[in-house]
Design a protein around this ligand. Structure first.
Ligand SMILES: *[C@@H]1O[C@H](CO)[C@@H](O)[C@H](O)[C@H]1NC(C)=O
Ligand SMILES: *[C@@H]1O[C@H](CO)[C@@H](O)[C@H](O)[C@H]1NC(C)=O
Ligand SMILES: *[C@@H]1O[C@H](CO)[C@@H](O)[C@H](O)[C@H]1NC(C)=O
Length: 507
């Protein structure tokens, strides 16, 4: 045989073997097991949807501070604890005490579930975080169906919490229960941390994680969060970073009371004029932040990143249409995503104390507070940013020779999160996605701040990955929230395949 032909034949043969190993092999091999798992999830999908229906039916709204809804939250956590117990997990419902609201009302905080299944020291241990509370929803808000009665239309399962976050939590449970149903050993040890206050700021969670660091979390190798969305309708994604945020107020004061412009206009340094100049000095019309040094610590763009951005499935026209914006600052998909995810941005939010009612009131506000924030990216440093912003505003203010007083303060500081995409569990997630969906995932970040990932990474010092299951149009937090039946079932398969891939890497 011609050597070239032989090489081709050899590579064809190895390709076939690879395919067989990956998808079509006999039931005795690990991938035969995967085949059975997939079959089980397909055959029983109506039962999995029914379970989601039962969970969605519980009005576990943590946002409205109402005793009846708190009871629903407690019921939700009890149902979840029971489900996990029936899977054979050891379940602790951690008492989180109560909270006092600004109006003096005291409400109990639903327990956080810490559960574990398997503790074989030879296996990897993966901890799944999820939440079972939801945003408020009422039929009258513009829902086409009852938000608490899961309703299927054209393969879309409409209901509050369907995608955020009950569907993904159940997908993980479905994956585990399938191994159980098939009398198969779980390939990994599994832990669950499930809370009921995520939509209300995860009250008490950080303290709990800190307290359990050396107990519940001690053997954990990997942490998985599935609480965001793809950027596509069809193409799955892995999320490896989120932006942080630093929120500033700048106060300019002449006196506490307002003035009349007929009586004082013309003889004052007006606070609003100072403030408008200060706010106007922050960012130019191309979106570039004008604070000296602010870009110094931004991580340089790498070749690898450029390739990742190129591969992402984002329909710009659809994105523009759905956001009802005619023109963005940037014209290409890559530039738009980079400026949402890997570059900082500065937004001006509002002015406290300024006149903002309809009509023509001739007031000179005596004291005004401007509010703006900077979304932070790796490797920006909060305390350095605070110094740069303060210095810049002081310079601009002093050049105005104003007789007013100015005070700058950083009122919120949340650091960005970025993971190492070469960690084992990123590799496992990528392989699992390729097996289930037949495509490489979009490697994405989130432009908003999701404190939970950073919290786990910082306290537990273990690799964190976000594996979203929902499509870009799922409408989390909005009316007619849904998860596609396809995403829910394929997502369950994805988690099952992920367990097996993790186990392979751990061998
Ligand atoms: C965007 O909107 C325009 C005008 O309404 C429409 O013609 C076009 O098909 C839409 N494109 C997408 C991808 O939705
Ligand atoms: C941020 O910068 C300050 C001052 O330069 C330094 O002391 C601190 O260690 C830095 N923090 C981090 C997390 O790098
Ligand atoms: C502020 O005062 C300095 C020194 O008196 C002067 O040179 C400068 O022109 C003044 N700036 C403004 C904006 O009035």
């Amino acid at each position: 045989m011609d050597p070239k032909l032989r090489r081709m034949a050899a590579s064809l043969l190895s390709l076939l073997l690879l395919l067989e190993g990956g998808m079509f092999s006999s039931s005795s091999s690990p991938s035969g097991l995967l085949e059975k798992v997939f079959q089980h999830l397909d055959l029983h999908q109506d039962e999995f949807v029914q379970m989601l229906k039962e969970w969605v039916a519980i009005e576990s709204d943590s946002v409205q501070p109402v005793p009846r809804l708190r009871q629903e939250l407690f019921r939700m956590m009890a149902v979840a604890a029971d489900t996990l117990q029936r899977l054979g997990a050891t379940v602790d419902s951690m008492d989180m005490g109560s909270q006092q609201l600004p109006d003096g009302q005291i409400l109990p905080i639903p327990p956080v579930i810490l559960a574990e299944l398997g503790n074989d020291p030879k296996k990897a241990t993966v901890c799944f975080y999820g939440h079972l509370d939801v945003q408020p929803a009422e039929r009258g808000d513009g829902w086409l169906t009852d938000p608490y009665a899961l309703t299927e239309v054209d393969g879309k399962l409409y209901g509050r919490g369907a995608t955020d976050n009950k569907g993904p939590v159940l997908a993980w449970i479905n994956a585990v229960s399938t191994f159980r149903a098939l009398y198969q050993d779980l390939p990994v040890n599994i832990k669950f941390i499930i809370e009921g206050m995520e939509e209300a700021g995860s009250v008490g969670l950080e303290e709990l994680v800190e307290k359990e660091k050396n107990r519940f979390f001690s053997g954990v190798d990997y942490i998985v969060i599935s609480d965001n969305l793809w950027v596509s309708r069809k193409k799955p994604a892995i999320t490896y970073g989120t932006r942080g945020n630093s929120y500033f107020t700048v106060e300019v004061k002449c006196r506490d009371q307002d003035f009349h412009s007929g009586t004082f206009g013309g003889i004052l340094n007006e606070p609003m004029a100072d403030l408008v100049a200060l706010l106007g000095s922050l960012v130019d019309s191309s979106g570039h932040i004008l604070i000296p040094g602010i870009y110094d610590q931004v991580a340089p763009l790498t070749e690898e990143e450029i390739h990742m951005y190129k591969a992402i499935d984002l329909d710009l026209e659809e994105y523009r249409n759905s956001s009802q914006v005619e023109k963005f600052l940037f014209d290409t998909k890559e530039e738009i995503l980079m400026h949402l995810w890997r570059y900082p941005s500065l937004s001006i939010h509002g002015i406290e104390g300024a006149f903002d009612d309809p009509g023509a009131k001739t007031v000179i506000p005596g004291r005004v507070i401007g509010k703006f924030s900077i979304r932070l990216v790796p490797h920006m440093n909060l305390s350095v940013v605070e110094k740069q912003v303060t210095q810049h505003l002081q310079d601009v203010f002093s050049k105005r020779n104003s007789s007013n007083q100015m005070a700058v303060s950083m009122t919120l500081g949340l650091r960005p999160w970025i993971a190492n995409i070469n960690d084992n569990q990123y590799l496992a997630a990528k392989r699992a996605i390729e097996t289930v969906f037949g495509t490489e995932p979009d490697m994405i970040r989130d432009g908003s701040t999701i404190p939970i990932a950073r919290l786990f990474q910082e306290i537990i010092h273990k690799s964190v990955v976000m594996i979203p299951l929902g499509a870009v149009d799922d409408g989390e937090h909005s009316q007619n929230e849904k998860i596609n039946r396809w995403n829910y079932i394929e997502g369950s398969k994805l988690f099952a395949a992920f367990f097996l891939e993790l186990a392979k890497l751990h061998e």
